[in-house]
Design a protein around this ligand. Structure first.
Ligand SMILES: Nc1ncnc2c1ncn2[C@@H]1O[C@H](COP(=O)(O)OP(=O)(O)O)[C@@H](O)[C@H]1O
Ligand SMILES: [Mg+2]
Length: 310
């Protein structure tokens, strides 16, 4: 059973001024499976935060339906099983980190008998145990994000929804947050996160959906999205004789040279093997062969520029 299931979600913000109408989401459908880290990615303004707000019923969709944890969104029983880190959150800055966690713990119905232990545990989890007596106003952006994460986990949620969890955090802190999210997954929790940092999210997400201007442009596992099936890089030592180039051109084998790398776009593996045989028979040393993987960022730029040209 999917943990989140959205069908054709559209959100149009229509203020009184007609010129300011914004289609923030356009028929977005996606599903998030139990126990995975799912990333909703895209540039600023793509509609990521709006989607989270629809799930949590902070904004209401213009069209479409969604289910979360097996019930239609807005079902009161399911909200208690969700943790949420909002984008640019602000807590009362006269409270200490521990006080914020106690406050949110009570709001989300954690029993008094277990509250203190829960707060201590979450502080340790995010590495803030030495700062729990310090007032929020003295926290750095990274510390704010950590307390925010602890807050999102205070009710021991089954599903954690995080809006730009590493925003404003330094590289070491980001690594720690990524490790923490992977630990949550290991504990069987489902993590749904929003991010505009494609290269970072690529490292930990099981599956991603890529959004641009409110529309889904790709969804799948990171591997699926970044693997270009039939492109191989062959590293060579030596120069390719003219004769071979002519042969490849005549037989329509797609080969391009980039320094010591031959970039092969091929029909199938037999073509790759044929090219290798040809190279070897001309005494060219092959020093490496790899199937090409794009980064998510490369893929995103590719898709956007192709759409722009179309
Ligand atoms: N309350 C609102 N009223 C009008 N427009 C909004 C509102 N909230 C978001 N938008 C617009 O919707 C689009 C998507 O915003 P958002 O979901 O915040 O994007 P992201 O989180 O991907 O950066 C943007 O163009 C934004 O200006
Ligand atoms: Mg956002």
């Amino acid at each position: 059973m999917p943990i989140i299931e959205a069908e054709g979600i559209t959100k149009i913000f229509s203020p009184r001024r007609k010129s300011a109408v914004v289609t923030a989401l356009s028929e977005l459908s996606l599903d998030v499976r139990e126990g995975e880290i799912f990333g909703l990615l895209g540039p600023n303004g793509a509609g990521k935060t709006t989607f989270i707000k629809v799930l949590l019923q902070i904004v209401f969709p213009t069209a479409g339906t969604a289910r979360m944890l097996g019930a239609p969104i807005g079902h009161p029983g399911t909200k208690a099983r969700v943790g949420y880190l909002p984008e640019n959150h602000r807590y009362p800055d006269f409270l200490t980190g521990a006080q914020v966690l106690r406050y949110f713990g009570k709001l989300s119905g954690v029993e008094s008998a277990t509250l203190q232990q829960r707060v201590d545990d979450r502080l340790r989890l995010v590495g803030m145990q030495d700062w729990h007596k310090t007032k929020i106003r003295k926290y750095s952006k990274g510390m704010m994000q950590r307390i925010g994460l602890a807050q999102a986990l205070i009710n021991d949620p089954q599903l954690v929804i995080l809006d730009e969890p590493t925003d404003g955090v330094d590289p070491l802190g980001r690594k720690e947050i990524r490790d923490l999210l992977m630990r949550l997954r290991d504990q069987g929790k489902t993590v749904f996160l929003n991010s505009h940092l494609l290269s970072e999210v690529e490292l930990i997400c099981d599956r991603v959906a890529i959004l641009n201007k409110g529309s889904l442009i790709r969804m799948g596992s990171v591997k699926e999205l970044t693997m270009q099936e039939n492109v191989y890089h062959v590293q060579i030592d030596g120069s390719v004789p003219q004769e071979l180039w002519m042969q490849w051109e005549a037989t329509r084998v797609g080969v391009q040279q980039d320094g010591a790398t031959l970039v092969l776009s091929l029909g199938d593996l037999r073509d790759l093997n044929a090219v290798i045989d040809q190279l070897r028979s001309h005494g060219i040393l092959i020093t490496g062969i790899s199937q090409k993987r794009q980064s998510l960022e490369d893929m995103f730029i590719d898709v956007i520029s192709r759409e722009g040209n179309a």
